[in-house]
Design a binder for this molecule. Structure first.
Ligand code: HXC
Ligand code: NAP
Length: 293
């Protein structure tokens, strides 16, 4: 057994139709593949139709499942409504929404134009509430229950982070939406949860956050206590559990999957990791001596 293997039992998602925004690349693609392997129908959406269509073809070949590719800019509510309609027309229902689409890039905040700030907030926050609102309205109007929304946030949604301020603001908003609607929409049979990943290498994120020489200079693995990055499959295992009926009593939760990364910077004495055994001997002597002085 290993964290690089699928965890849920066969057919765990059979009968579910799952919409994954940004499903053509990166973590969205990986989740799509695992959901298909577990028996779900999958709808992948983003702005680049060609990328989506290629991914859909590859995923169908790899898994034998059914994938619908729908072009949809999540910032545009009409396009989102159309995407929901296409989903229902093709598969007869929409059971799960995964808010995964995002925009981000590393930059000192004072270098950003207002439009740059808007762009990130619009994709991440507006995109997530557009999709959640469109699906929620549909489910509530049709009196459909046992539905779930899973949003992919980040650990800096609550800590904040320098140099990705629009993304941090927007992810914090998505987290707040998750917890708010977990209560408000529970009465309609809609669950809301989130995952906060640490570093999981993808081309989309790494090209924009640790480009060129930054990749070696600022090795993100070094700030993870487990000293490695995440494997896509371990995030997929968690996501599959949270969208499956096995997690029926989990609502309003945000699950961190980061190897302990965000806590590394939080504990007052965590930097003492670098102290050697000999140094600890010395420290112990000094501290014990302090008692008798
Ligand atoms: C400063 C920049 C910039 C940069 C763009 N802009 N890049 N400003 N530094 N590096 C400015 C532009 O000049 C423009 O403002 C505004 O932002 C919008 O740029 P466009 O290129 O017109 O936007 P658009 O075509 O919509 O592209 C959006 C994008 C792009 C976010 C800029 O990178 C994209 O498509 N990203 C999607 C995928 C993605 O970002 N994946 C990473 C997610 S990773 P002006 O004023 O000049 O018009 C993630 C992980 C976090 O979230 C956690 C990791 C551990
Ligand atoms: P990615 O491959 O770049 O994925 C982002 C996706 O969002 C792309 O498929 C992109 O497709 C889509 N997208 C962007 N703007 C959109 C828009 N306006 N409308 C619709 N779709 C749009 O990056 P990733 O690393 O897999 O990120 C996936 C999610 O994980 C994001 O929410 C990210 O914040 C989160 N996350 C990632 C990490 C990590 O280490 N990788 C860590 C924490 C959180 P198009 O360009 O075709 O639109």
């Amino acid at each position: 057994m290993s964290y690089t293997e699928g965890m849920l039992k066969e057919d765990a998602l059979k009968g579910k139709t799952i919409i994954i925004t940004g499903g053509g690349t990166g973590l969205g693609r990986s989740m799509s593949k695992y959901f298909l392997q577990l028996g779900a129908n999958v709808v992948i959406t983003s702005r680049k139709l060609e990328v989506l269509q290629n991914t859909a073809k590859e995923l169908e070949n790899e898994t034998g499942g059914k994938v619908l590719a729908v072009q949809c800019d999540v910032r545009n509510y009409e396009e989102v409504e159309n995407m929901v309609q296409e989903t229902v027309k093709t598969f007869g229902s929409a059971d799960v929404l995964v808010n995964n689409a995002a925009g981000n890039f590393i930059s000192p905040t004072e270098r950003l134009s207002p439009r740059a700030f808007d762009t990130i907030v619009d994709i991440v926050l507006k995109g997530s509430y557009n999709c959640t609102l469109a699906l929620g309205k549909y489910w509530i109007k049709e009196k459909q229950t046992n539905k779930t929304v899973l949003s992919i946030v980040t650990t800096y949604a609550w800590t904040g982070s320098a140099y990705v301020v629009p993304s941090a603001c927007a992810k914090a908003g998505v987290l707040s939406m998750t917890r708010s609607l977990a209560v408000e929409w529970a009465k309609y049979g809609i669950r809301m949860n989130a995952i906060a990943p640490g570093p999981f290498p993808t081309k989309g994120a790494w090209d924009r956050l640790v480009p060129g020489e930054f990749r070696e200079k600022f090795d993100l693995k070094k700030q993870v206590p487990l000293r490695r990055a995440g494997e896509h499959q371990e995030l997929c295992n968690l996501a599959a559990y949270l969208v499956s009926d096995f997690s029926a009593f989990v609502n309003g939760e945000v699950v961190t999957i980061d190897g302990g990364e965000w806590l590394q910077g939080a504990g007052e004495f965590n930097l003492f990791d670098e102290v050697t055994s000999e140094q600890w001997d010395l420290v112990e002597q000094m501290v014990r001596k302090a008692k008798s002085e």
